[in-house]
Design a protein around this ligand. Structure first.
Ligand code: CMC
Length: 429
């Protein structure tokens, strides 16, 4: 017997189906609620709303579990490269030897940008935020590859490889533009992450010194950002994609959502907060007091999460990676020390304990990025490079769902009742 639950409304009893996920997550299926009862559900910020059924990523926020396609993120970060994880997310399985090579070859084939895109880069002011450039340039790809708008299985593989590969080239070129430096083209013999570092930091007359520890740390960081089920930017990609918008346009919209300071933009905010504490010598107790003060818009960036109410498994891995990388590079970053002390103060504060606010993925990632030499305004871009495979996988899931419909939530209207237009001279101010 399928499980159901009973709902009493206006003296009538209704039976609603219960959906059970593969990890025993339960959801009440209200898809027929309005048709049968006239009611809708109301859930500000969608905190209790399942917007879809998905087979990509599983999170248990209470237990601090994060798995991509069933694999714990800890195992993936330890044993896989970013491109293998990208393949896993997009196609559902880790690649075997042959698929791994094909995928690598495709990423290499598509790593260059169309030469005409140079003009687009030139049009941005030097001060442009690289997230704006990234979003615009990803969308501009729709113009260069219009044959990829209508995707069958084969063209989808091509489009997926193009976007995963090109996003790092666009990001590196955006940085070079902001620094007034010449563009450095990718090298086909370099791995995905190594190539990004090469395009960022090599000079025409001097190759960047690629350290394996740095390549590994960056690859791990990208893996930890690769997907996170129905977060704000992924939901945006799914929403835009549900209208049958093309892959590039949908992902470009995801970049815009990620830019926000409550989402991916928090990694930049964290570093600015730590720098500010250092420069102004503000006491950590005072910083925490400000974060608790509801009349102050300031929040403790890098703390709290909609889903994780115990710890963020990504933050745990990143904190360890951060310690290891700084040791190898012989960097003594005072901001790491401030971050650790700030974490201690916050975690022993009743406000944070009561609300189950813990460091999230953004709290320590900036210290790693800083150690690698990534400039502050590129931090959220790094998050975006990591998240692209997840967005592509979700876009694909929406597009291949035979029962898929356009995403279109409802609302409860709380505005004026019907009224008539008064002549101009009789209207109030
Ligand atoms: N500093 C101070 N108070 C906080 C914070 C924080 N960082 N996070 C949550 N709270 C408070 C919040 O004011 C609320 O208090 P009250 O119950 O008294 O009204 C309570 O904790 C619950 O917070 P919420 O805002 O209702 O929680 P949410 O699920 O809507 O928001 C969040 C989640 C991540 C946006 C929020 O915790 C936050 O703003 N954190 C800081 C920004 C940040 O680090 N974002 C990165 C998130 S992880 C990476 C990603 O996926 O993008």
């Amino acid at each position: 017997m399928p499980e159901t639950c009973k709902l009493n409304l206006d003296g009538k009893e209704y039976e609603l189906p219960v959906v059970t996920g593969t990890e025993n997550e339960k959801a009440i299926d209200i898809s027929k609620l309005r048709a049968t009862t006239g009611y809708i559900t109301l859930d500000d910020g969608f905190a209790n709303t399942g917007s879809c059924q998905s087979s990509i990523t599983y999170i248990d926020g209470e237990k601090g579990i994060l798995r991509y396609r069933g694999y714990p993120v800890e195992q993936l970060a330890e044993n896989c490269t970013f491109t293998e994880v990208a393949y896993l997310l997009i196609f559902g399985e880790l690649p075997d030897e042959a698929n791994r090579k094909n995928w690598w070859d495709l990423l290499t084939e598509h790593e260059l940008l169309h030469e005409d895109m140079r003009h687009h880069f030139e049009g941005f002011p030097a001060t442009a935020h690289p997230m704006a450039i990234l979003s615009a340039m990803i969308n501009a790809n729709s113009c260069f590859y219009p044959h990829l708008m209508d995707l069958d299985d084969e063209t989808f593989v091509d489009a997926a490889a193009r976007i995963v590969s090109k996003v790092r080239t666009i990001s590196a070129f955006a940085y070079r533009k902001s620094m007034g430096l010449p563009r450095i083209y990718p090298r086909p013999d370099y791995s995905y992450t190594a190539n990004f570092l090469h395009m960022m930091f090599s000079l025409p007359n001097k190759d960047y010194d690629l350290r394996p520890e740095v390549v590994k740390a960056l690859s791990e960081l990208l893996i930890l950002h690769a997907d996170h089920e129905q977060n704000c930017s992924t939901s945006t990609v799914r929403m835009v994609g549900s209208a049958q918008a093309n892959l590039f346009a949908s992902v470009a919209a995801g970049v815009c959502a990620l830019w926000g300071s409550l989402h991916g933009g928090a990694n930049q905010q964290v570093l600015e907060m730590l720098q500010n504490i250092r420069e102004c010598g503000e006491s950590l107790d005072k910083v925490v007091e400000r974060a608790k003060d509801k009349s102050d818009p300031f929040r403790l960036y890098g703390f709290g999460h909609r889903v994780y109410k115990n710890f963020d498994p990504r933050a745990k891995i990143i904190k360890k990676a951060c310690d290891e990388l700084l040791e190898v590079l012989h960097i003594d970053d005072p901001l790491l020390d401030i971050a650790k002390r700030l974490e201690e103060v916050a975690l022993s504060d009743e406000y944070f304990i009561e609300r189950k606010l813990y460091p999230n993925v953004d709290f320590y990632s900036g210290i790693i990025l800083r150690a690698i030499g990534i400039p502050l305004n590129m931090f959220t871009v790094m998050f975006a490079i990591g998240r692209v495979p997840g967005w592509v996988a979700h876009w694909r899931e929406v597009h291949t769902d035979p029962s898929g419909r356009i995403y279109r939530p409802r609302q409860v209207y709380q505005g004026e009742n019907e009224r008539s237009i008064a002549p101009l001279e009789k209207r109030g101010a």
